[in-house]
Design a protein around this ligand. Structure first.
Ligand code: HGY
Ligand code: MN
Ligand code: MN
Length: 431
């Protein structure tokens, strides 16, 4: 039995139709209405297969193969289903639907071949991570940070949305706040006991230009970039836009503009050209065209494969912001908002993916990932972790134009299945 490519694509298309904003991509934030629809669709299909379905305290879902045996080590494979605002139709959910395909194919095979006998193979669980994008609370990989114990109960109150509403409220509203308060039967505590997790595999679109430009259909990820996110608040003097002479202004917006260009220039000096800086979110108060803004708040995130570079550039940029603000008579508050360490992925798992691709005659490139993924939280928790990429057309992602050729989507899912089978039969050694 092999992956049913048509079924994979049809699931992806149905989920897109179920939860997209026509003409404006997909906006499916965790704990929201669209998220609930997508979850229900996936849970219903898993239940039809006879899988076990469990949710944990923050809404991570764990879906077990019907032939799983209690106490046996398990291979985790999955991704996230939440998106950025007006995002693409494949980010995250492609890895989830491919993992569902793996379960569907293995369930059919196990059902036929073992007929209840014990084949000694490892268990397989599909995982759907909650709040990977951080679209609600600004912190990426939130679900997997709770799952691995990086975040704890106090973070349910610390993590808030733009209006100050805490993550705990979101969970209650989504029926995840109380024991058993969800139709996924039982709420498991976080962190998960990962002692039996033999491996974690995440299949994902590349979200960058490397594979598409090189015409290579598969990426094997050897490391995931780390990131640091600062929240910067510049406060000047609000005033009338017409009556205030230019040389009497303490304008938070022009100070922000100088800071943002300075951040870009600082990173442009990176000789390796691997450091990236993004100011993606900005708000001006009171945000009226005829008022000189008193306050401008923005996020600034720096990413690289090397922690020293991340910290070096972040500190240098922050120092520059303070200098610019001082020269302009503006006050500057800078808060470390969230971060994740750069991480190498497991060489042994990477080798299994490589050999599996070679056996299938699939060209591949070993590469790192500028995008962060829940896989890095599992890797950091000591689970041998691997990632497979498929190309993103024109390298676009986090936008409605995000797309990947169907044959690339199906090839990636096939490689995921074959890698899972290899690992089931030849369990990797935990370091
Ligand atoms: O931001 C990221 O890299 C991921 O898409 N959450
Ligand atoms: Mn993603
Ligand atoms: Mn993403």
């Amino acid at each position: 039995m092999i992956i049913d490519g048509k079924r994979l694509i049809s699931n992806l298309v149905r989920l897109r139709k179920l939860t997209d904003t026509p003409g404006a991509g997909v906006t499916r934030f965790s704990y929201g209405e669209q998220d609930a629809k997508a979850r229900q669709f996936l849970v219903d299909r898993a239940r039809e297969m006879g899988c076990t379905v469990r949710a944990d305290r923050v809404g991570n879902l764990r879906i077990g193969l019907p032939s799983n045996r209690p106490g046996r080590p398990v291979i985790l494979c999955g991704s996230h289903i939440d998106t950025v605002r007006n995002g693409g139709w494949l980010d995250g959910i492609y890895g989830v639907c491919s993992a569902l395909e793996v379960l569907e194919t293995l369930a059919a095979r196990d059902g036929n071949e073992t007929a209840g006998g014990d084949d000694g193979l490892l268990n397989v669980d599909m995982v759907i991570f909650a709040e990977e994008e951080g679209s609600n609370f600004g912190s990426t990989m939130t679900g997997s940070k709770f799952l691995t114990g990086k975040y704890g109960e106090e973070d349910l109150d610390r993590l808030t949305d733009d209006h100050g509403s805490a993550m705990r409220k979101y969970l209650e509203r989504a029926g995840l706040g109380t024991e058993g308060g969800t139709d996924h039967q039982f709420l498991d505590p976080v962190p998960w006991d990962l002692s039996q997790a033999a491996a974690m595999l995440e299949l994902h679109i590349e979200q960058g230009p490397v594979l598409d430009r090189a015409g290579i259909p598969i990426g094997i990820v050897d490391a995931i970039f780390g990131m640091r996110v600062l929240e910067v608040t510049l406060t000047g003097v609000g005033n009338h836009a017409g009556a205030t002479p230019m040389d009497e202004r303490f304008d938070a917006m022009t100070a922000a503009a100088e800071c943002i260009l300075a951040a870009e220039a600082t990173v442009a000096a990176d000789p390796e050209k691997r450091t990236v800086v993004t100011i993606g979110k900005i708000e001006a108060l009171p945000n009226c065209s005829n008022v000189i803004p008193e306050t401008v708040r923005f996020t600034m995130e720096v990413r690289n494969r090397d922690k020293g570079k991340i910290d070096g550039y972040t500190e240098r940029i922050a120092h520059g912001f303070r200098q610019i603000a001082m020269d302009r008579g503006i006050s500057c508050q800078i808060r470390d908002h969230s971060s994740s360490e750069p991480l190498p992925l497991d060489e042994g798992i990477g080798e299994v993916i490589r050999q599996t691709a070679e056996r299938a005659g699939i060209p591949y490139r070993v590469m790192d990932s500028g995008a962060v993924h829940d896989a890095c939280m599992l890797a950091e928790a000591g689970v041998p972790t691997g990632m497979i990429f498929v190309p993103s057309i024109d390298g676009r992602s986090h936008v409605p134009q995000e797309d990947t050729k169907e044959e690339d989507l199906i090839r990636g899912a096939k490689l995921l299945l074959e890698t899972v089978e290899q690992l089931r039969a030849h369990p990797p050694q935990r370091r």
